[in-house]
Design a protein around this ligand. Structure first.
Ligand code: ADP
Length: 398
């Protein structure tokens, strides 16, 4: 079985074609600048690579080009479009409308478009555009929606509710939904496999640390709590996002700066986080370089980030009544040793014995253990693979 995974943004469309028997990526690539002058498809497959400098006025043209690349004489990996058994679409937000991976029907499409857009106005409309384009170009091929929020659907009410009027939760769906669910699911399962234990027997804190960061408590294979909230603005401070902040401070800030509510939220999403604190960059490579050259605000931003992640590790160990494993993943989690070390520093009381030497070893893209052999709590670096989870879920649904 071959599954095409599609991740559509407003002007981009990334894809992978995965063979489910071997779970190997047969082809992958991405369209950039869709609807903008200079659009481009970079496609890889069959050991080769090709650049398509073709005008892509919309996502329909983009997906047509992707199929051309998949069928190409040189870099192509299939002979006919019919070899694609299904398409799995990444969708950021489901609200309470979808709890799991869902096959697309006219009713499902209607709910996606009419109910969920306001929950993720930057992301869900793009996913729907990508979906519609695929449906037009590949009629008859089953389409599945795979939600970033699904893995968090097992959170109990006490974890996902905010302390607001219960009727407002019921009427408007204001609650915690979480994000990066496919990543948290993937790395927690990989951790269990690596440790040779059943997921049901493990208490794991998964730290997905990238431009957007979230931390999840995975107890017995299920998410019981996560740091992101109603939107991906919540939790720890991130590249440009503030993370949690007192709502009254937002109102105060909006008044001081003469911002509307919407503009204040845009400010919290785009101008804050480690970029705001450091005044230098949202990119952790720049912050580490800044700290090394004596920039105190870069050092402060890194300090705040690690401190906030550490607090979630402690809180979730308490929530689960124990801890067997901490997992680091995503751009920062996989590539920034100093963050991992600072997060784990002082966690000996929980049973973490950190191995600084292993932590500083070269990243070779494999799973790496960065706790000492005798450590009660294992600390692992696990490269995430969200596309594979999307493909697996789509295949299972079929
Ligand atoms: P997202 O997918 O949320 O956009 P990523 O998971 O790609 O983000 O993470 C991006 C972050 O990872 C940046 O802050 C970047 O500095 C950090 N990072 C550190 N080292 C590397 C590296 N070698 N490759 C990619 N990202 C890295």
């Amino acid at each position: 079985m071959k599954i095409l995974v599609v991740n559509a943004g407003s002007s981009s469309l990334k894809y992978q074609l995965i063979d489910m028997e071997t779970e190997k990526v047969l082809a992958k690539g991405g369209c950039e600048r869709i609807g903008i002058a200079g659009s481009l498809l970079k496609a890889k497959g069959n050991g080769g690579e090709k650049l398509y400098n073709v005008d892509m006025p919309d996502h329909k043209k983009a997906i047509k080009l992707v199929l051309d690349a998949l069928l190409d004489n040189e870099i192509g990996v299939i002979k006919s479009m019919n070899e694609i058994d299904a398409v799995g679409h990444r969708v950021v937000a489901s609200g309470e409308y979808f709890k799991k991976t869902t096959l697309v029907t006219p009713e499902v499409l209607k709910t996606l478009e009419e109910k969920t857009f306001e929950l993720a106005p930057l992301h869900n409309p793009s996913a729907a555009t990508g979906l519609r384009a695929c449906m037009e170009v590949m009629p008859g091929t089953p389409m599945a929606l795979v939600f970033d929020t699904s893995f968090h659907a097992t959170m109990p009410e006490k974890a996902y509710l905010y302390g607001i009027d219960y009727d407002d939760y019921k009427n408007y769906g204001i609650r915690k939904y979480g994000a990066h669910g496919t990543s948290h699911k993937f790395v927690s399962l990989e951790a269990a496999k690596y440790l040779g234990k059943k997921p049901e027997k493990l208490k794991i804190v998964t730290c997905h640390l990238g431009n957007g960061s979230s931390i999840t408590a995975v107890d017995g294979g299920k998410c019981i709590d996560t740091s992101m909230g109603f939107t991906p603005l919540a939790g720890v401070l991130m590249g440009t996002r503030s993370g949690d902040i007192d709502a009254s401070a937002v109102e105060f800030l909006a008044r001081k700066k003469g911002l509307s509510h919407a503009d204040a939220v845009t400010y919290l999403n785009k101008k804050c986080g480690v970029a705001g604190i450091s005044g230098v960059s949202s990119d952790f490579r720049d912050l580490v370089a800044g700290e090394e050259s004596g920039n105190e605000r870069c050092a402060l931003a890194l300090d705040m980030f690690a401190y906030q992640v550490k607090k979630y590790v402690g809180a979730y160990a308490a929530a689960m009544g124990g801890l067997d494993c901490i997992v680091f993943t995503a751009g920062i989690g996989e590539n920034t040793p100093t963050v991992r070390e600072d997060v784990c520093e002082g966690l000996e009381f929980l049973g973490v014995e950190f191995d600084a030497k292993a932590n500083n070893a070269q990243n070779d893209g494999s799973i790496r253990e960065i706790s000492k052999k005798r450590s009660k709590v294992k600390v692992l670096i696990i490269p995430t693979n969200e596309e594979l989870v999307i493909a697996r879920e789509t295949a299972e649904l079929l």
